[in-house]
Design a protein around this ligand. Structure first.
Ligand SMILES: [Zn+2]
Length: 190
């Protein structure tokens, strides 16, 4: 049997995000465990064998980042105009920026913009859609939660066409009611 390695507090396993805090109770089957802290701040229990072999390099945050990076790379590498979401991206840009688009006046007046990340890189936009669970087969429209705000992840949500239409109808109805109230206040007739 190999001699038990004693780690000191703050010891970092090579090429990992993990540092040693203290020894922890072994599992019932006798596997040695230690309490460690990941660079992201997460404290967790890990098997020393996984740490030594290098199969555990973080609390899981590293794997998440890598898979997100891979997705971006895959989207960037492939012929982007062939991507199912490409026409959606173009449509969004046209609504906001093309003077010929029927909605442009309305968008310009409200100054609806697109966040830098989506506007500058189609892959970022496509990635967001995929993260929302959207595929080429999804029936959806992008709804801006706050209609006076532009296109950016926190303000957008993917809704089915029916859901979207219902929300927009309700919104118009409220808007009309608000205007009516305003006219009444101003004493104007309509
Ligand atoms: Zn972490």
């Amino acid at each position: 049997m190999r001699a038990k390695i004693e780690y000191t507090k703050g010891y970092r396993w090579p090429d990992s995000r993990v540092v040693f805090i203290s020894n922890a109770e072994a599992t019932e089957s006798g596997l040695r465990r230690v309490k460690v802290e990941c660079d992201c701040g997460t404290i967790f229990l890990a098997y020393t064998s996984s740490l030594q072999k290098g199969s555990a390099k973080s609390c899981g945050c590293l794997a998440k980042e890598l898979s997100s990076e891979r997705l971006t790379k895959r989207l960037t590498k492939h012929g982007m105009c062939n991507h199912w979401a490409y026409s959606r991206w173009e449509g969004m840009i046209q609504r906001c920026e093309s003077m010929n688009h029927k909605s442009f006046k309305c968008y310009e007046r409200k100054q609806i913009g697109i966040c830098f990340s989506w506007r500058s890189n189609f892959a970022n936009f496509a990635k967001w859609l995929e993260e929302q669970g959207m595929t080429a087969l999804s029936d959806f429209e992008i709804h801006r939660k706050d209609s006076s705000e532009g296109y950016y992840p926190d303000n957008c949500v993917c809704l089915t066409k029916t859901e979207h239409r219902d929300i927009e109808h309700a919104r118009m109805k409220n808007l009309r009611a608000e205007r009516k109230e305003l006219w009444l206040l101003k004493g104007e007739k309509r």
